[in-house]
Ligand binder design. Structure first.
Ligand code: IMP
Length: 441
């Protein structure tokens, strides 16, 4: 047997907060140097905005590499694919002049999000809202949790390989409709919603039509990926959501249902552990979060409003206003450790301009203790009091800066503070959405 070729260069772009850190822009920039771009987790809950010239592209399932010619884009097995959303996204990209063909491949092992997943998502949130137990998660309503739950249940799951096989789809749906009609009728009654039983034939017809459109894209992406690596092609892994939404390591239960750190690359794309050596952690210069759950540094005041308006902090996927607050470096350090982050890109630094002083959380206080680890308990995270380091702000707009030396000393010091507390070098700073507004450190 021939010896294995040495691995091709690989990198990953991973969000170090609660999502919406600006990963899309950095993936887009790095794609210049990569041949293959891979999504490995999450689904249509993720949203990347990429601005190229005067055009803004909103991507949910399709990797950012689609915006450049000659890149192979892989939606790997760890992603949950909503065929309706994916077809609409392909149509939208095509209408904007983006070519989508053999450059998009979807794993035959990826699980499929169905309408009853979205319904279940909504009903579970209603049930939680009415109970005296904890507050609802505030999901995106995209059916993500119920689809990953069916993946773990196995007997009620549909994978892309089933979707594109008409006979398999019909028999799967006949079985699943029986199970779902029995279980969802009870859930609907419990939350007081009308229940329309699933008609497996109607569903097979609608999803069969999506399957016809998506079939040319469906492939064994694991084999494609390994072939690409063996051929020396450079592969970039694009994380969806953010590390603090990780189902194992985030602010559970206020998280999403997939592995959102670099740890998720390996099962989610089927490459050996440790095969990605360059991990770019994306850190927004402040903190945002959508949905429920603790946010220790939240500023429900003029600072929060400044960040929301200057940063245009409204969801790409749902349009919801994001909760905003000071940079939480306890949370970022937790994320950096999990992913083995090798460098950091600081995003949206320009949004801080105009604030007289800036606060950065470097520890939490709770129950008479001061600590700098991220607690497992949402109740503890809700109750902690952030310990802040306060530093001078910068008043003038910095969005015209084109190199590190163009930044005022206070902005440079703020970036240096992040490096010092987190212990990882900052390689890039972003001061606006355009490709040109990216400064190498
Ligand atoms: P789900 O992923 O729709 O189940 O939502 C679970 C939690 O993750 C909710 O608080 C969502 O708002 C949040 N969430 C999921 N995806 C993203 C994202 O891409 N950015 C920010 N928050 C997200």
């Amino acid at each position: 047997m021939a010896p294995l070729p040495s691995p091709a260069p690989t990198a990953a772009v991973i969000g170090m907060q609660w999502g919406d850190e600006g990963k899309g822009k950095i993936v887009d920039l790095l794609t210049e140097d990569f041949d293959v771009v891979v999504r490995f987790n999450g689904g249509a809950n993720a949203g990347h905005s990429v601005v190229i010239g005067d055009r803004r592209y909103a991507l949910h399932l399709v990797p950012c590499g689609i915006l450049r010619p000659d890149r192979l884009n892989i939606v790997a097995n760890g992603v949950v694919v909503d065929p309706e959303v994916l077809c609409a996204e392909i149509d939208g990209l095509t209408a904007q002049g983006v070519q989508v063909g053999a450059n998009l491949r979807i794993s035959d092992r990826a699980h499929v999000v169905m309408p009853y997943h979205k319904q279940t998502d909504a009903w579970l949130e209603h049930a939680q809202a009415r109970s005296e137990d904890r507050a609802p998660i505030g999901t995106t309503g995209r059916g993500i949790g119920p689809c990953y739950a069916d993946k773990a249940w196995r007997s009620t799951a549909i994978r892309m390989a089933d979707l594109v096989d008409p006979a398999a789809l019909r028999t799967r749906l006949a079985h699943i409709a029986g199970v779902k009609n029995a279980t969802l009728a009870g859930l609907a009654a419990w939350v007081g919603e009308p229940f329309e039983p699933i008609d497996p034939d109607a569903l097979a017809a609608t999803y069969g039509a999506y399957a016809d459109r998506l079939r040319p894209h469906v492939a064994d992406t694991n084999a494609l990926l390994h072939d690409a690596l063996a051929a020396g092609r450079r592969v970039l892994f694009e994380g969806g959501n953010g590390t603090l939404l990780d189902v194992d390591h985030g602010s559970f239960p206020y998280v999403t249902s997939s592995s959102t750190s670099a740890l998720g690359i390996y099962p989610g794309a089927g490459v050996p552990g440790g095969s990605v050596t360059r991990i770019v952690g994306i850190v927004k210069a402040y903190t945002t979060r959508v949905g429920g759950g603790p946010l220790p540094t939240e500023q429900d005041n003029a600072v929060g409003r400044h960040l929301r308006e200057r940063g245009r902090e409204y969801g790409t996927t749902t349009g919801r206003p994001r909760r905003c607050g000071w940079l939480d470096l306890v949370a970022v350090r937790h994320a950096v450790r999990l992913s083995g982050t090798t460098e950091i890109a600081v995003m949206l630094l320009d949004v801080l301009a105009g604030l007289e002083s800036l606060a950065v959380c470097t520890a939490y206080r709770h129950g008479g203790r001061t600590f700098d680890t991220f607690p497992a308990s949402a109740a503890v995270l809700e109750a902690v009091e952030p310990a802040y380091e306060t530093v001078p702000g910068f008043v003038a707009d910095i969005s015209a800066a084109r190199c590190w030396d163009d930044l005022p000393a206070a902005a440079q010091d703020y970036v240096a503070l992040i490096e010092r507390v987190v212990g990882v070098p900052v390689s890039l700073v972003s001061v606006g959405p355009d490709r040109a507004q990216t400064l190498a450190r």
